[in-house]
Each structure stands twice: as C-alpha cells, then as structure tokens.
Design a protein around this ligand. Structure first.
Ligand code: SF4
Length: 364
C-alpha cells in the first residue's frame, strides 16, 4: 500500500487489503491480536471482518468498554449513596448495569433520586440549582477523564460552595494492556491500540510495553480499512521480527496526542492502582484525584461500608474482558442475557462486547 493515502471507502483497496492479509497469514503461525476499544468491535462485527480473516488470524476483543470494566463494587457504591440521601447523576449506560442486588435504574424505581445526565456539567447544574448533595458517577478512559478534570478545575477556581462530588471510576488503558501482555492467560501477538484514547494520549504510553513485551502495537481508526490495515501492519511486524508502535490513524491521532487535554488531566488526576472488572488490581490502571481535588471525592466525605461483590452465576464477563472467551461461549448469551435483560455489564453498554455481538447477530 506504500504511503498512499487511505481512502476509507475504496472497495478496491479493501479487497486488496484482505488479499494481503491472506498472503501474509501464510508466513505466520497462529496470530492473536487484541483490540481494546468497543468501537473497533463494532466495525469488526458490523462489516464481518472476522469472517474474512484466515483461520490462523484471530482478533480478540479486550477490555475496551468503560462501563463494562467498572466494578460491581463501584455500582453498588452508587446505589448505596442513592439510598443514603444523595442524588446520583449518571450517564445512561451505567444506569442499567446490574449491581449485586439491583441496578441504579431499579434503585430509581424504588424512589431514590437517580438522574441520567449527558455529562458532568449537567450534574453540577443539578447541585447548583437544587442544592442537593449530588454525586456524579465519573466513568471512562483517557477520552472522558479530561472533561471531568476541566469541570473540577472550574469548580475549584470558582470556589463555589456546592455539595458536588464524584464517584471516581476513571481508568487508563495502557496499563491494562501491559497487564494482559505480562499476566494474561492469552498469548497475544500484538495490539490494535484504541483510536479515541490515542487521540488524547498520543503514542508515548505504548512505547514501553511494546518494547518490554516485544508486542507490535498499531493505533487504528474505525473504518473497516483502518482495522484491516492495522492487521496488515501487525502481521508485517511479526514477519519481520519487529515490535514497534505505528500509527495507522494519522488523519486524527498525533504523535504527542492532545497536549492541552493531557495538561488538564494531569492537573487533577494522578495514576493509582485499582481493580478493573474481571481483573485484579492493575498497577496505574486508575486515575486518582490529586490532593487539591480530593474534596470532590465522595470517599473523602462519606464513610462507605465495605461491599462484597456477587458476580451472577453463569456470566463470563470477566473472561470476555480478559480476551479468554467470546460472548458465544457464554451459555446465557442471547437467551437469559439480552440487552433488555442484561445479566452482566458486557451486555449493557453500546461498547460492550456481548451487546455488540447481539446487535450484529453473531450467535455462533
Ligand atoms: Fe455476562 Fe451476558 Fe455476556 Fe454472558 S452474555 S458474559 S451473562 S453479559
């Protein structure tokens, strides 16, 4: 393909890319490539990319959905707060994720004050207008953390006296990729790195794990040709016995990322070790509030009792998030567990692997 510009709608190019993958696949053994972004899974399922790949090339969905990796404990904490006098403001996706006993939606139906908001700024407006004690459930990776950070900087600077807090569930992606390479149960040969996250972070966070674990890493966009090109680039690296970070998504992602967003994020957050759903504690996997912003942390003002998780019987979200299983391996998929009646977190969000498989009717 040389340095030719990618025309995302060029069918000829897509055909050529598939042919190239087929040719390259003859020079490698089994190759397992993981992506960590729900939007990549959408592209793969919607356009049937897995179906056109040779048998020895597998693309595995990883922990790429912020709602899915939020732990049951975090959801139960939000419900506990709702039951104890707080207004809980949450994004729509989190509303339906089952906790150990119920979801936030069910808590709302019991009369507790749970509101769906479009973002943290709506939650702040509720606190200002109604004078309630409001907790915003702050979820997401590096893509949404800057929005939370910007709002907290504004609140701190204005010194507004409002009862506004966050339940901080923000996480950062490269550390979980490193965990999967180091301690995962699947022998991964490379990563398709998340396009949205990389828009903020740039390529730097991938350099160290790429080198340390000898794993090719390619940042990719979300058109079918982007995913196919990323697979080609990874296969070429494997064949050439290389491991480097490459950027297929140059039309959006810059080497240094969004420096302003990083600055805002670094002003408010610092890396912390936290568990992800389906994972143990991930070193630097979370973004904790720095000292000056701790007054917004609900754990600083509320004594929350320890919460024990009760993972639903039969749900294999943990294995799906670690790339060990596909949704079709779950006995509950599409029967007991559906988007209308989700059993696990991966069936709730639009970015969840089970939900995406269900949407595109990938039942086998
Ligand atoms: Fe969990 Fe449902 Fe996915 Fe099975 S199909 S792993 S129960 S979310």
């Amino acid at each position: 393909f040389g340095e030719r510009m990618i025309n995302i709608n060029d069918k000829q190019m897509i055909r050529k890319a598939i042919e190239t993958i087929n040719k390259l696949s003859q020079k490698v053994d089994d190759v397992k490539i993981m992506h960590v972004c729900g939007s990549h899974e959408h592209t793969i399922c919607k356009y049937g990319i897995r179906e056109v790949l040779p048998d020895n090339i597998t693309v595995i969905p990883g922990p790429g959905c912020p709602v899915c990796v939020t732990t049951q404990k975090e959801i139960d904490t939000a419900i506990y707060l709702a039951e104890n006098g707080y207004t809980i403001a949450t994004l729509g996706d989190m509303y339906r994720v089952p906790g150990s006993e119920k979801s936030l939606m069910e808590a709302q139906s019991e009369g507790y004050d749970v509101r769906i908001v479009y973002g943290i700024n709506d939650a702040v407006k509720i606190a200002k207008k109604e004078g309630n004690k409001v907790v915003f459930v702050a979820i997401g990776f590096e893509t949404t953390a800057p929005t939370t950070a910007a709002e907290l900087i504004g609140l701190k600077n204005k010194n507004d006296n409002i009862n506004f807090y966050i339940l901080n569930c923000h996480r950062q992606t490269p550390p979980v990729m490193e965990f999967l390479l180091n301690e995962g149960n699947v022998n991964l040969d490379g990563f398709i790195c998340p396009g949205h996250v990389s828009t903020i972070t740039g390529l730097k966070p991938y350099y160290e794990p790429c080198k340390k674990y000898n794993a090719p890493m390619v940042v990719a966009g979300f058109e079918p040709i982007d995913v196919l090109m990323a697979i080609i680039m990874i296969l070429k690296q494997i064949i050439n016995r290389e491991a480097k970070v490459e950027n297929e998504y140059k039309r959006v992602v810059r080497e240094k990322g969004n420096v302003m967003a990083q600055k805002i994020m670094n002003e408010v957050f610092e890396p912390i070790d936290i568990p992800w759903r389906g994972f143990p504690v991930i070193k630097n996997g979370g973004l904790g509030l720095k000292e000056e912003y701790k007054k917004f942390d609900i754990f600083e003002v509320e004594d929350i009792p320890p919460i024990k998780e009760k993972i639903p019987k039969g749900c294999i979200c943990d294995k799906i998030l670690r790339g060990e299983k596909f949704p079709t391996d779950c006995k509950l998929f599409g029967t007991v567990c559906t988007p209308l009646n989700p059993v696990g977190s991966c069936m709730v969000s639009d970015e969840g692997t089970c939900r995406i498989f269900y949407k595109y009717k990938k039942f086998q």
